[in-house]
Design a protein around this ligand. Structure first.
Ligand SMILES: *Cc1c(COP(=O)(O)O)cnc(C)c1O
Length: 392
């Protein structure tokens, strides 16, 4: 490899993919005068349900909201336990606490970062009501094993698909005929982004109706149209709900991004190829494995540093990349090490040794549709330059 030269400008870890289509769609939504939940949100629900192949989609203002609603529709509440992974964004576990239930962590598989079904089984008690696995980074969890566990113990399955819009399990999108619910995030950094947003998909009519009602104060479901000519001023609050619905300016963005999904994914995959080739035979780096059954959506490009073969720590590795003008991130700082969880549950890092070890050695490299293969090659060269400088 020729001498590495540091580029002049900073490379962001993540950027949104903005085309003229997004700008036109938002402008049209603003001009339409329908700023709250309206026809565009309804259209997005229809198109997203069609895209994933589920019967219903309830569009909401975050994945956190979708995860919360999912558990509420299952009747999860105080006294119940819900099993999830510590290698996730806090929101997954927070949404369990929002119901009054207790999150119970099950450790991960080191090759993938996914929750380990054998660990789920070990954590089941008479109080366990639900499982919330995370399709980490865009890999699919071992859904076959998880379905068997949920069937055997009669548990509700609420999948966290924040990273996984395009993820396939055995050839089918993971939201295709969900066992119970699958929740997506359209947060600014996610593969399909609309700033803030989310969706719950399900094949179950009752879950969909209840989630829809709870997402808008507990109003009966057609109340969004109460100011239209065909609507009625009369509405009822059927139960105490939340303010979680998506609105039309968000939906305008989400619809546009949905129509560009395949193209955006293809451009990310081209960058993945560059990383995979560059790091194929580098023992200082540990690559994430993709299970046979799975198509990886590549929301994140996950790498682990092999500290035994390097003279620097993961944290120093990140600093070295920063000096080379490359922005990276860590997914995730394990939830059980967060102060609020330590204070409340008394966790020690080693309580979930694999999630902790993974979290302490992981680096997420830039991975987004506007990155481009030239910049991906630069990132790969920067990583290899750090390895070369600090290998034992
Ligand atoms: C981003 C994220 C969420 C939360 O999504 P929001 O739409 O921001 O609420 C949940 N789980 C995981 C794994 C995430 O990465």
């Amino acid at each position: 490899m020729s001498e590495f030269k540091v580029r002049d400008d900073w490379m962001a870890f993540c950027l949104p993919d903005i085309s003229e289509a997004e700008i036109e769609a938002i402008t049209a939504a603003v001009r339409s005068g329908w700023w709250a939940k309206g026809p565009r949100t309804i259209e997005f629900e229809k198109k997203f349900a069609e895209y994933v192949g589920a019967k219903h989609c309830v569009a909401v203002n975050s994945c956190t909201a979708a995860l919360h609603l999912a558990l509420l529709t299952a009747g999860v509440g105080p006294g119940d336990e819900v099993i999830t992974t510590p290698l996730t964004f806090a929101s997954t576990a927070n949404s369990i606490l929002h119901t009054g239930a207790t999150p119970v962590f099950a450790d991960i598989d080191m090759d993938t970062g996914l929750i380990d079904p054998k660990e789920i089984e070990k954590k089941i008690t008479s109080r366990t009501k639900a499982v919330v696995p995370v399709h980490y980074s865009g890999l699919a969890c071992d859904l076959g094993a998880i379905h068997r566990i949920c069937d055997e113990h009669n548990l509700f399955l609420s999948e966290d698909a924040a990273h996984a819009v395009e993820t396939r399990y055995k050839g089918e999108l993971i939201g295709h005929h969900p066992r119970n619910t699958v929740s997506y995030s359209f947060y600014a950094t996610k593969n399909l982004a609309c700033g803030e947003g989310g969706a719950l998909v399900t094949d179950d009519d009752e879950i969909a109706e209840r989630a829809r009602t709870l997402s808008c104060h507990g109003m009966n479901s057609r109340a969004w149209n109460r100011y239209g000519k065909g609507g009625s001023w009369r509405y009822d609050i059927a139960e105490i709900g939340y303010k979680y619905n998506m609105f039309d300016i968000q939906a305008a963005l989400a619809l546009t991004q949905l129509s560009r999904m395949d193209d955006m994914q293809a451009r990310r995959l081209a960058c993945v190829d560059i990383y995979q080739q560059a790091f194929a035979d580098v023992p200082e780096l540990i690559l994430q494995k993709t299970p046979e059954y799975c198509h990886h959506s590549r929301h994140l490009y996950v790498l682990r540093v092999n500290e035994e073969r390097l003279t620097i720590s993961r944290d120093q590795f990140i600093e070295e990349l920063k000096e080379r003008n490359v922005g990276v991130s860590v997914h995730f700082i394990a939830v059980h090490t967060m102060s609020a969880y330590v204070n409340r549950f008394g966790y020690k890092p080693e309580d979930f040794p694999k999630a902790y070890a993974f979290s302490e050695s992981e680096i997420s490299l830039p991975m987004y549709s506007t990155l481009g293969t030239d910049k991906a090659q630069y990132v790969a060269d920067a990583v290899l330059d750090v390895v070369k400088k600090y290998r034992r």
